[in-house]
Design a protein around this ligand. Structure first.
Ligand SMILES: N[C@@H](CCC(=O)N[C@@H](CS)C(=O)NCC(=O)O)C(=O)O
Length: 205
């Protein structure tokens, strides 16, 4: 299988985390989102022009959480994508939440504190930072409360839900995410960082 990816993409990181945990290796195709040539190559496999994209024979799949589920479904004996109906729905719930609420809140702050300067040369906008911090607080509160009584998001062990939610926290420090008030969230993040999958998908920059 081929994966169109970039090390800076937190949506790709989700897929890399799941794949590493499942023991799946890809033929990696690096896409530089700032290159027009690479953008053209990306648009050939994803009209949305977004990473990641999985190619499995003549099947093309985009959307990071769909890719994670597809990889797990093709892995006999895997435990990260639960079989039981309610446990699977629970994992699915957090994966949707990650894409719809948690990652977009963090995305405001990664744009303002990291990417904006690279792309536009402009400094962070205080109003946008305040909006991102407020949206992050709303979601971090939910995550922290959920993790107050459990080690992993679903059941007793790591699942795709943990990988989906944790991925944008790869920018916790660089994006200055204000998370000090969420001890359970931070403890869980510490547990994820102890997993081989986290360490194996780290990229220095
Ligand atoms: N919901 C999509 C989001 C994909 C996405 O936004 N990827 C970013 C990289 S992290 C991207 O390719 N951005 C390029 C752009 O928006 O032009 C997913 O989960 O795969």
């Amino acid at each position: 299988m081929q994966l169109y990816y970039n090390h800076y993409s937190s949506n790709t990181r989700r897929v890399l985390l799941a794949a590493d945990h499942l023991g799946i290796a890809f033929d990696l195709i690096e896409i530089n989102l700032a290159s027009q040539d690479d953008r053209r190559r990306l648009a050939e496999v994803n009209a949305n022009s977004k990473l990641p994209v999985l190619i499995d024979g003549d099947f093309i799949l985009w959307e990071s959480c769909a890719i994670m589920q597809y990889l797990a479904d093709g892995t006999p004996g895997q435990t990260v994508w639960p079989q039981a109906r309610q446990a699977r729905a629970d994992a699915s719930r957090w994966m949707f939440w990650a894409c719809q609420h948690f990652a977009p809140a963090i995305g405001v702050l990664t744009w303002e504190h990291i990417w904006k300067k690279f792309v536009t040369g402009l400094e962070a906008d205080a109003n946008e930072v305040a909006r991102g911090e407020s949206e992050l607080a709303d979601t971090a509160r939910v995550l922290d409360a959920h993790l107050a009584t459990r080690r992993w998001l679903v059941g007793d062990a790591v699942t795709l839900a943990d990988f989906a939610v944790v991925a944008p926290l790869m920018y916790k420090d660089k994006a200055r995410l204000p998370l000090d008030d969420y001890p359970h969230l931070l403890a869980w993040f510490g547990r994820v960082r102890e997993l081989p999958a986290w360490r194996n998908t780290e990229h220095a920059w």
